[in-house]
Write a protein that binds this ligand. Sequence first.
Ligand SMILES: [Zn+2]
Length: 116
Amino acid sequence: MTIDVETMKSRLLDERVRVAAALDLLTRERHDAEGSESSDNHVADPSVVAVEREIDSTLGDSAESMLAAIDAALARIPAGTFGQCGTCRKPIADARLEALPYTDLCIDCKRLAERR
Ligand SMILES: [Zn+2]
């Protein structure tokens, strides 16, 4: 594997912070929408808003599952299985990991999963 696991780890941690912040914001907005009087008038961080839009459009309500995927990927680093396909056990292509550091499926298994 030519990919640097430490780099991947820091990218995953960064992504985790972004997703967790967006999730937190989404949760608070849901509370606000429910009409509860909010004492905490937060000013949305523009970068958080951007992530929120990203999550909204690409993942819908699955920010939680994205967070779970990131945690699972972080757990695979000490386990030594990071970068390995969770289905066929073959190494995941570096370019794919670069794009989606939290993925646990190689492109072939992903395609098969989508076809199902
Ligand atoms: Zn696979």
